[in-house]
Design a protein around this ligand. Structure first.
Ligand code: HEC
Length: 217
């Protein structure tokens, strides 16, 4: 008897089950679609990227790379497009949200006939942007050595680039993709740096102490 009741209930439950299955599949497809869309069109400038850029900036302030208490660096003439005329460089390991990785901070100074002494006399006046590469955790962007790229304004705000009539913040995987326009981005240009680490200056050497190594020590 109990078997029959059970069977009846199962039969009655079936249309409901079918509906739920269809609904679950529908939800699943939506999920896949939005993930696909996010990674195809938004390899950079997503809310997560903007949030991460903010966290990175706070660490850069705390570690005195930038901000009111910044350590004064040695300006030199860079004169290479697209970066500044006079430059300053600082690099070492830092920890952002429990991940320790290598950061390269480049300050770009611009102005008419700008000299190293002008910059030394008034850094604030000539600082035009701060371009940063930070090596994130494994899996962030395995194709490109997991670099997080960002172009900050002097106050820590983000530069934007107009893509499809939308201003996209310059933070994240800039610009991961295969179209011609993507080739103007940090990743494409830095991939020609040699040595496979995306870094142009030969004196900048990434120490072998990332989070992965630190964990096993
Ligand atoms: C058209 C090529 C090109 C593009 C695009 C480009 N860079 Fe660079 N970058 C260079 C060159 C060349 C150097 C070395 C000379 C210099 O500093 O100007 C450099 C140096 C740097 C450095 C110092 C570390 C190193 O590679 O030696 C950082 C940090 C940096 N760029 C960040 C960025 C970021 C962030 C972006 C994107 C917002 C970007 N770059 C876009 C060419 C490029």
């Amino acid at each position: 008897m109990s078997w029959r009741v059970g069977a009846g209930a199962a039969i009655k439950a079936r249309p409901m089950l079918l509906l739920m299955t269809i609904f679950t599949i529908f939800l699943g497809c939506q999920g896949i679609q939005s993930v696909g869309r996010a990674s195809a069109v938004m390899p950079m400038g997503s809310p997560e990227d903007v949030n991460y850029a903010g966290q990175l900036w706070s660490v850069l302030e705390k570690e005195r790379f930038v901000g009111a208490n910044e350590v004064k660096l040695n300006p030199f003439v860079g004169a290479a497009k697209p970066h500044g005329w006079i430059l300053e460089l600082a690099y070492r390991n830092i920890t952002v949200v429990r991940h320790t990785g290598f950061v390269v901070v480049k300050k770009n100074y611009d102005g008419p006939k700008l000299s190293v002494d002008d910059v030394k006399a008034d850094r604030k006046k000539y600082l035009s942007s701060i371009t940063v590469m930070f090596q994130r955790e494994k899996g962030y962007d395995e194709d490109n050595k997991n670099w997080f790229w960002v172009k900050y304004k002097p106050d820590g705000g983000l530069f934007t680039k107009e893509i499809n009539r939308k201003d996209v913040p310059l933070a994240g995987r800039i610009i991961k993709g295969k179209t011609r326009e993507d080739n103007l981005g940090c990743i494409y240009c830095h991939s020609s740096a040699g040595g496979g680490d995306y870094i142009f200056y030969p004196q900048i050497i990434i120490p072998a102490t990332g989070t992965e190594k630190a964990k096993t020590e």
